[in-house]
Design a protein around this ligand. Sequence first.
Ligand code: NI
Length: 398
Amino acid sequence: MNAPASLPNDPQTAIREITQRIEPALIEIRRDLHAHPELAFEEVRTAGVVARELARLGIEHQTGVAKTGVVGLIRGGRPGPVLVIRADMDALPIHEQTGLPFASTVDGKMHACGHDLHTTTLIGVAEVLRDLAPQIAGTVKLVFQPAEEAIGGMKVMLEEGVLDGPKVDFALGFHNHPHSPVGTFDYTRGPALAAADVFTVTVHGVSGHAAYPHGAVDPIVAAAHLITQLQTVVSREVNPLHPAVVTVGAIHGGLASNIIPDSVTFTGTVRTLHDAARDTAEAAIKRLCAGALEGLRVRCEVDYIRGVPPLVNDDRVLDPTMDAVRHQFGDVVRERPPTMGAEDFALMSQRVPSFQLGIGSGAPGRDDRLHNSNYQPDEACIGLGVQALSRAALELLS
Ligand code: NI
């Protein structure tokens, strides 16, 4: 089957021309989403915009997936595998300070991670691929995911069967990267983002008068020792060739200068890229805490919760995607080392071969960071992302 008569035959031109035609409308959608940020599992208005646009495009879709998620389906002109393209939709509890005309209208909520860009980009991809559907051998599943930040919308989407009906063969995710200039794209081979676990330790001593420590068991001194001992997990126990981070981010205990309290609680995160490092760190934290009973006379309760796994990029999706980006734009790609951040697209990467594409969003002359109250990405990354992802879908399903 051929492309519609009005479309150029070569995919590079067709994708570029459709994108340029829809770009002004996409910018409007992005600014509307940006002005109305919604936190995890509250993305009712955002999902409404997505459903409205998919309906306008005549794309079959399902709302209410994982509460506020939306899943669209584009069937190609020929049979073939099923590709997920995933965007996240939620904002952050940050008070925006950009002063932009389309800044957040909601106090204390902001699209500071650029998920407004992601949602808009996938709407653009939907329009391009709808127009090019006759050239697609297979099916594209458009996954608009709620609650990426901390709460875990992907987990719920997977539990609700987002990989079934039709069964998904591989997945493409993407994230805007302000440290990469707009117009560039980046990738990481293998483990790209970390597993993120949370531990909470409650150190139980025996309270007493601060002037008579021999009549008490001091949990504050014990907690101080334990936190110092935790610094040996990465330095002395984990394989040095496996990156790992153990950070204690909060400690609470005691009320007055003259009282030894009953207990102290501290909590932290463990970040790792490899299962072996993750297992080692969890075991070491538990063992050191258990040992405090013998050494320091305190009893420790350890609550260790495994969060998302590492996001592992699969060459079978990465290589054809980066080739497609080169075919569309030329040599605008670069390899990046992994980072110890985390993201729940990792859960999908555990189930099907996956790749997360980095889309440069850094505006000229700015030095932006994600999760910052003054984040001002370059909106041109939307159209460029639409072209890159559409070309990748076309080539992955060729
Ligand atoms: Ni994000």
